[in-house]
Each structure stands twice: as C-alpha cells, then as structure tokens.
Ligand binder design. Structure first.
Ligand SMILES: Nc1ncnc2c1ncn2[C@@H]1O[C@H](COP(=O)(O)OP(=O)(O)OP(=O)(O)O)[C@@H](O)[C@H]1O
Length: 292
C-alpha cells in the first residue's frame, strides 16, 4: 500500500453525494437512513461588521457503528463541527439528521466527551455515571445495573466509590466516557479527550477506547491533532482544511485492525504506517497551517 494508492473522497465528490442525499430528504423528519447524516453544513459567525465563514458545505454520512477520527490544523472548525453535531450550535445552512430525523438541539442520542472530564466533584464515579440516568427518570435498581456495566467496561470497578479528586487523569476520562455511554447515545463525540494526558496514559486510553468501541459498536467521532492516534483508532479518517473549514480527505483507514488485541507497537513500526502518516501530515500541512 502506498499513500497515493489510497481510496479517497475529495470534498467535491463528497459534497455532491451529500447534495443527492439532501434532495432525497425533502422535508423534516422524513428520511430513513440509519446513522448520522450531515448535509451541506455551513456556519458563518458575525463579528461586528465582519462575517467569519467557519464551515463551508460539509457533507458527511456516518454509519451507526463508525469509528471516525477528524484531523485538521488548529482553527479549521473541528470543534465547531462537533458542536453542531451535538446540537450546541445551529449551522447557518444545512442539516444534521440522526436515523433520518432532523437533529437541532442537545439530546441523549448524542454524547460528548471533552478534553477535561468535567465530572461532578461531589459525586463518586458511580454517582457521576448514574447522573444522566437519574435525569432520564430511570429507577434506582436499573440505574445501578446500567452504571455498573459501563463502569466495568471502562475498567473502573474497583474505583466506583471514589470521588473524582481521588482519580488519575486517565481514570477521570474513563469515568467521563462511562457517564456518556451510560445513556446509550447513538453517537459519541470526543473532542481531543486524551490531549491532557501523558504519553503512557494516552496509549492505555487509546486501547481502552478501541475495546469499548468494539464492545458497544456505537458511532465514535473523535477529534485529534495526533495523526498516529487517528491511524491507530480510526476506521475512517477525515482531514479538514481551514478558511473556511472544508473536508479535503475522507479515507477508509487500510491499517485499521478490528481485532481483540491490536498491537499498536507493531503497527506503528510498519512501513505502511509511516507512509500513511506522512501522507496525512502532508495533507494537514498543505492547508498552510501548523499541526502537531
Ligand atoms: N463563537 C465564535 N464567534 C466567532 N468565531 C468563532 C466562534 N467560535 C469559533 N470561532 C472561530 O471559528 C474557527 C474554528 O474554530 P474551532 O474551535 O472550531 O477550530 P478547531 O479546528 O477546533 O481548532 P483547535 O484545533 O485549535 O481546537 C476559528 O477561527 C475560531 O476563531
């Protein structure tokens, strides 16, 4: 495999496909496609008399069990796109649909994990994981059952009673992930969730997240500045360019291994990995901005 032999989707090709999809979903809530569909998402902010065009006609279709990594230089609009999918920000144009239904505001269908865990400091790990379930009116016994399943999934059984200040950074992020997963969202959005962690913890988190995805098969959408992380985790890798934010590359990761025990170190040492890494780094650098 060489970087140039990759099957890619350019923004134009992708945009054209999204336009077809948009025209096949004429009114609100009438579509039936499974997964998450973004059609022609644009966003312009007003700054005084200036218009800042942040996103331009982003089209994306995400399968219900997709693991997508989004790369791009700082300021290209990655977090803004995530905020639109989360329903926190309304786009100036275009639409987000989940299983064909128009999605315009935050709902339990979309879970978000941020760079910092933002756990409730007065609640234990179990209390944090149960919180969303309590808000959803789920009874105590069922809450406990669901929380204990997800706490086990992230490997925090022994720390379920601990308060956030008694956890390491990686444990906090795992608790935040369990809290997000407990409400069983259709898509889990992650905005650089490991960037505040040291290298070893980060690698261990990557393995955790990979295993959790394999066991839950939800749609995971992960923003990262780390090309290696995207290559190790993403079944699909998307690259954005800035000014305005557009998708310039959308590839199925040929190195993706859907196995129980992926060996990241062996993968990292391969020539294919180095070639594809170089290709992605050049793609990002091609935007004229810096990236790690
Ligand atoms: N509320 C806002 N008002 C005006 N401009 C904004 C607003 N929010 C974001 N922007 C601008 O939108 C652009 C994209 O920002 P965004 O945070 O989405 O980029 P990013 O790719 O996630 O960057 P980073 O990798 O550094 O987190 C930036 O130029 C930013 O200044």
């Amino acid at each position: 495999m060489t970087a140039t032999s990759l099957s890619t989707t350019t923004r134009d090709e992708h945009g054209a496909r999204q336009n077809e999809h948009a025209s096949s979903c004429p009114g609100p809530d009438t579509g039936s496609a499974a997964g998450i569909q973004l059609a022609d998402i644009s966003l312009t902010y007003r700054q005084g008399s200036q218009a800042v065009h942040v996103l331009d006609r982003i089209g994306l279709s995400l399968a219900p069990d997709e693991f997508v990594c989004l790369l791009g230089p700082s300021g290209c609009g990655k977090s803004t796109l995530l905020s639109i999918i989360a329903g926190y920000v309304q786009p100036s144009g275009g639409s987000v649909r989940i299983d064909g239904k128009r999605h315009t505001k935050p709902t339990p269908q979309v879970g978000v994990v941020f760079q910092h865990a933002n756990l409730f400091p007065w609640l234990s790990v179990a209390g944090n994981v149960e919180f969303g379930l309590r808000m959803a009116g789920i009874g105590r016994k069922e809450r406990r059952r669901i929380a204990s399943f997800y706490i086990g999934l992230v490997g925090l059984e022994a720390s379920a009673a601990r308060l956030p200040h008694q956890l390491s950074g990686g444990m906090k992020q795992r608790a935040a992930l369990a809290r997000t997963l407990a409400t069983e969202p259709r898509i889990v959005l992650m905005d650089e969730p490991f960037s505040a962690l040291d290298a070893l913890t980060r690698e261990s988190m990557q393995l955790h997240v990979r295993r959790i995805w394999q066991q839950t098969r939800r749609c995971f959408f992960l923003i990262t500045h780390d090309v290696d992380e995207a290559l190790l985790l993403g079944r699909r890798i998307i690259v954005m360019h800035p000014n305005p934010g557009t998708i310039v590359q959308d590839i199925r990761n040929p190195l993706f291994q859907d196995t129980d025990a992926p060996s990241f170190s062996i993968l990292r040492a391969s020539k294919d990995f180095a070639d594809l890494r170089q290709h992605l780094v050049s793609m990002i650098a091609g935007s004229g901005s810096n990236s790690r």
